[in-house]
Design a protein around this ligand. Structure first.
Ligand SMILES: Nc1ncnc2c1ncn2[C@@H]1O[C@H](COP(=O)(O)OP(=O)(O)OP(=O)(O)O)[C@@H](O)[C@H]1O
Ligand SMILES: [Mg+2]
Length: 389
């Protein structure tokens, strides 16, 4: 369908849809969207196309997709001001973005990346949102340098990632704090001078506040930007403010909220992105270590534990340097050949298989969390003995 938008107006498109620009000039979250370009909007996502000149679009709308036109821009003036304040800091700058679910965190990260890139900075994004991750697969903290304008963080492939093994930060508070801190120093060694750290939307309650304050303290960004609808970040920002520079700003009015089901579907797209072209591979036990990603100290698993692992568990594969190679889905132990079978697109040499808690079915749908590692090896053998008798 063809649609024309006058200069100064914004077309909001809700996916699933694909949009191309036939003529004119537009911008998406600080990135130019030029004639002939096309962008895909996933189900549950919305993109704003700001017409800087009269623009004509070709819209292809999927099921339940929609669009509307509004006057002016959807970028709050506070976003623009926050960007200016962040770039007034000395290089390299690290900015941490906080906010509740559906507050606009990811979109603001995209905006910061695009604006900084345009001004000649070398931006990178660390995606610390385990559940609604865009860069790495869900349950990982991924990062990537930004070398071209972005419409969506999901476009980026992780340069490296760290597997946490759960999609909810409340199950892994210390690990997220530690891993994010470690990744930040790694990324800053890579010719990056504008580091954007996205975080998850868990902000309510004492535990969440403690966690976010610890994140700000340990990762030590130069600026913490809090996006809020009203004043919901106050408990966090008041404490963070004691030690760091804080900018509080408002959520855009045009936010598209997602329910649990949509969030799950978006997460599943995240697994799919990293399981494309997966094949069955056997990893012999004399070549790989199998580790429990959930143990605070990363514990090697013993045979009894490996055997107790359920089919469908999400795993991460690492090379000898501990770098992330990709994810896979556990298919079982091959006793005859002495190894573990994993469905994965990773083709490289693998040294470590890290086992998480997320369980997927055969087509990559999330079916819950596995409780197996809550049991110690001694308890596992106990269960076995009992079930034999
Ligand atoms: N300035 C904006 N203009 C138009 N749409 C926006 C804007 N900011 C956010 N949105 C839309 O609102 C929805 C929610 O925003 P976004 O994904 O950035 O929030 P989030 O806080 O990262 O959410 P989550 O908690 O799921 O990670 C998205 O579909 C996004 O495209
Ligand atoms: Mg997000």
């Amino acid at each position: 369908m063809r649609r024309t938008v006058e200069k100064g107006k914004t077309l909001l498109v809700d996916g699933p849809a694909s949009v191309s620009l036939l003529s004119g000039e537009t911008e998406i979250l600080g990135a130019k969207f030029r004639e002939g370009e096309r962008v895909v909007i996933r189900d549950g996502k919305r993109l704003p196309f700001e017409a800087s000149k009269k623009a004509a679009f070709d819209l292809r709308l999927g099921e339940n997709a929609s669009f509307k036109e509004i006057d002016g821009t959807t970028i709050p003036i506070s976003w623009e001001n926050a960007f200016k304040e962040v770039v007034s800091q000395e290089r390299p700058v690290t900015v941490m973005v906080m906010g509740g679910v559906d507050s606009g965190k990811t979109s603001f990260c995209v905006y910061l990346a695009n604006r900084s890139l345009r001004d000649g900075w070398k931006p990178a994004v660390i995606d610390g949102d385990l559940g609604q991750s865009d860069i790495g697969p869900p349950s990982t903290i991924g990062f990537s340098r930004v070398t071209k304008p972005l419409k969506d963080l999901f476009e980026m492939e992780a340069e490296n990632a760290c597997f946490v093994g759960v999609t909810s930060p409340s199950l892994a508070v210390n690990r997220v704090v530690e891993r994010l801190t470690a990744i930040k120093s790694k990324v800053l060694q890579r010719d990056v001078d504008f580091l954007i750290v996205n975080t998850d939307g868990w902000i309510e309650g004492e535990e969440a506040v403690g966690y976010k304050v610890a994140l700000a303290e340990r990762v030590a960004p130069d600026v913490v930007v809090g996006i809020q609808q009203t004043n919901e970040l106050a408990p966090i920002l008041t404490l963070v403010k004691e030690k760091r520079r804080v900018i509080a700003m408002e959520s855009p009015q045009v936010i598209r909220k997602r329910n649990r089901e949509k969030r799950k579907t978006l997460r599943e797209l995240g697994y799919k992105k990293y399981l494309k072209e997966a094949k069955m591979r056997l990893f012999p036990f004399n070549q790989v270590r199998v580790e429990d990603a959930l143990s605070e100290t990363v514990g090697r698993l013993v045979m009894e534990q490996i055997e107790a692992m359920e089919k469908g568990l999400l795993v991460a594969l690492q090379d000898a340097e501990g770098d992330f190679l990709g994810i896979g889905v556990l298919c079982g132990v091959d006793h005859r050949r002495g190894g573990i079978r994993i469905h994965t697109p990773v083709g490289e040499n693998v040294s470590t298989v890290c086992v998480g808690q997320v369980k997927l079915d055969r087509v990559g749908r999330e079916i819950g969390l596995s409780p197996v590692f809550e049991q110690k090896p001694s308890e596992l053998s106990q269960t076995k003995i009992q079930s034999k008798t």
